[in-house]
Write a protein of this length. Structure first.
Length: 150
């Protein structure tokens, strides 16, 4: 009986573990103080070995880009667009285009100007991380800023 139960569990184990979600990208969020009412929102990602994340700026016909979705917010004004470090550029035979990607880590920044006192900034990241295959991911972010520093 024990051997039979063990055999059944051995057969089910790959099915049970396959269904577990992978999340090879670990995000952290912080705020840097600037001059006066300026702040910089910092989005930092660390990727597991051999995984990569695509840039916000992908060519037509290429992979899904990294997208920063900010909820409407009356307490800040976004200054410019989200900046990113210089990505690695390579030819992707799947998409047949040059792609821009990040390996190991990446730090993305969005400057904002406060319009008043305390402020809560929320939104969602959409991106895909790839190794041998790609996984679409979403990550919610939230920043709390007070009017006099952070």
């Amino acid at each position: 009986m024990f051997k039979r139960l063990l055999s059944i569990l051995a057969l089910l184990f790959p099915i049970l573990t396959f269904g577990q979600l992978q999340n090879p990208a670990k995000w952290s969020f912080s705020v840097e103080n600037g001059k006066g009412e300026e702040r910089t929102l910092v989005f930092q990602v660390k990727l597991e070995d051999d995984w990569h994340l695509y840039s916000q700026f992908t060519p037509d016909g290429g992979p899904l880009p990294l997208v920063f979705n900010f909820e409407n917010n009356s307490c800040i004004e976004r200054v410019g667009k989200v900046t990113e470090p210089k990505p690695h550029e390579s030819y992707d035979s799947t998409f047949m285009v040059q792609v821009l990607e990040f390996e190991k880590s990446g730090t993305f920044k969005q400057k904002v100007k406060l319009k008043g006192g305390a402020c809560s900034i929320k939104g969602r990241l959409e991106y895909q991380v790839c190794k041998e295959s790609c996984i679409f991911q979403e990550e919610e972010f939230s920043f709390s800023i007070n009017g006099s520093g952070n």
